[in-house]
Ligand binder design. Structure first.
Ligand SMILES: *Cc1c(COP(=O)(O)O)cnc(C)c1O
Length: 381
């Protein structure tokens, strides 16, 4: 999926502000390992802008999810409820601790965790539920939190798509005890590979710092809280180089420009494809009125698998790369080992065949986008 062989690639990461300058400064500082000045500034930025008790940069969203599973003490035999329609890491993180994934279907409108099925999937072994805010449009958090509370289940958010999105006026990433963010090159804000663990439950902060620092209390040592540091818990090396944090901070600081560019692209797709979608029986993304989305992606739901493949081929013939998204995890080789079977998540199985994501990146020009729009508008399934 590399950018160069396509006239219009699916994604094209761009530097939007002071990335080079900050990188040079990080190199000149002589400290390029983790938790340097740029990392600390990224932490402060996320803490104040999202409104969480603690933010910790990680090497990826995958690693933030793994940290969550450790911090929740997920053990062999525990059950975790999560959508089948998600990236593999959402599930792997918990399976690595010995959990059994219990797959919930998604809502046909937002393609999010179907909160109406949550209650019936809870058993006495359920330890956690993981809403994934698909395309950055928030899940039905009021219902999810109330079911979780009444059944004693922890909620943690996979917010890889949803940084700065809101649900009923409150930012995504602030609902669960923790949330995971991604700064992979396909996400709105990027340093190539990277992530963050956002922590809302303050009781988890101290241990999170230990788990992230190879199971040692090194962070407390640096703050002068202990006079030597030692191995106190399980953990791994989850902190990214300050070089990456330098790039990420510059991206955060360009937030207004990035979000404005993405909003414009999203709205042009939406306005330009509404009539066509009506005519051919396709559907555009649904964003309920009580949510703000951060314009992470634009997708189409075509009327059939054939129509989706046909449109992809048509776009490809013009040098435009469009891509489908998640294959149902419950039907994957691993998913079947956990009892996954056809028909278990019918909406997931259906939309997975029909969904197509269009090129979406900050520097997508109007003329590039016009070519995508015209190609689609001329397509009849
Ligand atoms: C991108 C993504 C991840 C993984 O992010 P990495 O930073 O690449 O580990 C996890 N969950 C979802 C929903 C994602 O889109």
């Amino acid at each position: 999926m590399s950018g160069n062989e396509w006239l219009i690639p699916f994604n094209r990461p761009s530097f939007e502000g002071r990335e080079h300058e900050y990188l040079e400064a990080a190199i000149a500082s002589g400290q390029i390992s983790g938790d340097g000045v740029f990392t600390k500034r990224c932490h402060s930025y996320l803490e104040s802008e999202v409104g969480v008790a603690k933010a910790l940069l990680t090497t990826s969203c995958t690693h933030a999810l793994e940290m969550m599973a450790i911090l929740l003490d997920i053990k062999e035999g525990d059950e975790v409820i999560l959508p089948s329609f998600t990236f593999v890491s959402t599930v792997n993180a918990f399976v690595l601790r010995g959990a059994k994934p219990v797959f919930v279907d998604v809502r046909p409108d937002t393609l999010n965790f179907d909160e109406r099925q949550f209650d019936e999937l809870v058993t006495e072994r359920t330890r956690a539920a993981v809403p994934v805010h698909y395309a950055g449009v928030g899940c039905e958090m009021d219902v999810i939190l109330s079911v979780a509370e009444s059944s004693g289940v922890a909620v943690v958010e996979d917010n890889a798509h949803g940084l700065f999105g809101t649900y009923r006026g409150r930012q995504l990433g602030t609902f669960g005890s923790m949330a995971a963010q991604s700064f992979h090159e396909t996400k709105n804000f990027t340093c190539g590979e990277g992530g963050a663990l956002l922590i809302n439950d303050e009781r988890l902060v101290e241990r999170a710092e230990i788990v992230r620092e190879k199971g040692t209390n090194r962070s407390r040592f640096f703050r002068g809280l202990v006079d030597k540091y030692t191995w106190t818990d399980i953990g791994s090396s989850y902190l990214p180089s300050d070089l990456l944090a330098a790039v990420l901070l510059a991206q955060f600081e360009a937030r207004t420009a990035i979000q404005e560019a993405r909003r414009r692209i999203w709205e042009r797709y939406s306005a330009g494809l509404a009539d066509w979608a009506d005519q051919v029986g396709a559907r555009l993304p649904v964003v309920p009125a009580d949510r703000e989305q951060p314009f992470h992606m634009f997708y189409l739901l075509l009327p059939s698998l054939d129509a989706r493949q046909g449109l992809m081929a048509r776009l490809k013939s013009k040098g435009i790369l469009s891509v489908f998204h998640y294959l149902p995890l419950h039907l994957s080789e691993m998913g079947r080992r956990f009892g996954g079977r056809p028909g278990q998540c019918p909406v997931t199985e259906d939309v997975s065949d029909r969904l197509l994501r269009l090129p979406f990146y900050n520097r997508l020009s109007e003329s590039e986008q016009d070519l995508v729009l015209e190609t689609i508008q001329g397509f009849r399934p």
